[in-house]
Design a binder for this molecule. Sequence first.
Ligand SMILES: Cc1ncc(COP(=O)(O)O)c(C=O)c1O
Length: 405
Amino acid sequence: MLSEEIKKDFPVINNNDIAYLDSAATSQKPQSVIDAEKEYYETFNSNPHRGAYSLSIKATEAYENAREKVAKFINAENPYQIIFSKNATESLNLVAHSYGLTNIKENDEIVLSIMEHHSNLVPWQFVAKTKNAVLNYMYINDNYELSDEEIESKITSKTKVVGITYISNVTGTINNVKKVIEVAHSNGAVVVLDASQAVSHIKIDVQELDADFVIFSGHKMYAPMGIGVLYGKKELLNKMTPFLMGGDMIEYVYEQDTTFATLPNKFEAGTQNVGAAVGLSKAIDYIESIGFENIKTIENDLRDYAVQSLAKLDFIELYMTPNRENHAGVISFNIKGVHPHDVASILDMNGVCIRSGNHCAQPLMRFLNIDSTCRISFAIYNTKSDIDKLIEALKKTYEKFKMYI
Ligand SMILES: Cc1ncc(COP(=O)(O)O)c(C=O)c1O
């Protein structure tokens, strides 16, 4: 029942007769987030950190309050450890360039899980190639999970950086990131935790996790597009050189030399997205008003209902762990013999929005020996009726294609 109430807060869901099952790509935004961004542009839009007039001071305050809100939300020690970027991809590139290129040396090892989104993979390929370092992968087992043995055997004393996604955006596997962090630290490596698929579903406590870098995008957690987050341990961030250079990230600039600002400004060159930061702050309020316990109950219920319903269709192939406690609200599947893009198009005609393709995880697809999948993913506004609609549309799709299979 709670989900039916929650649904009313999301205009895109109310204004379209759809089952929106693509929240892993981007979530819909509640009215409060839309209103907050609109209010910023209607009443105090101005360039932060620059003006001495009250409008600019208000914009600066709103921007810095958003930083404090994010810090509290993930239990960071200090707000200055929160760096705003434009999305998770930019945050991941920041770490690869500013930390990776300085600290990775020839023959050092970078270890990634094979589940990484291209955003936490391609930048590390660049670092490995540039520095003549070795890029190794931790592979998943038949249950689509990383085993402890795999983690322990791939992370070695030569490993300097480990990149791991908290939740796979393809299989929905929730990785044992605590184990990864523990093994990495015991080998002297730092961990880059991609929390893009986790941050709106699981409570992230950076101190409890002891993660070195944690990254996520606002737009997957009910906030506007155009804002991303990087959390870093302060001793690491302080030692890193800036990624982007220009206005607002400097202390003094001379003709031939520059000294840089302190954290967080050192990593925030140019005019920042205040409107999106204001929206992100409201999105955190929204998540906290529902609470992670309720979110877990809603999304686990949906996951269980969807898995049971899909398992009844004998023409469906599922790519997911059988261990429910390690599986989030992301489910990949195929109709045997039908291309996922065809499935997605027919579902769309029936008012069901899903994702089809390789999900920016081509190495994982190759490892699984498949080309692409259909993917559904849930957020707190989904209900069982969305899944019923999906199942009916899948049956129709199969009917249309079965003579060709
Ligand atoms: C696990 C994961 N990491 C990173 C990203 C990249 O996020 P963005 O496109 O917001 O930079 C995504 C987007 O789908 C993702 O699922």
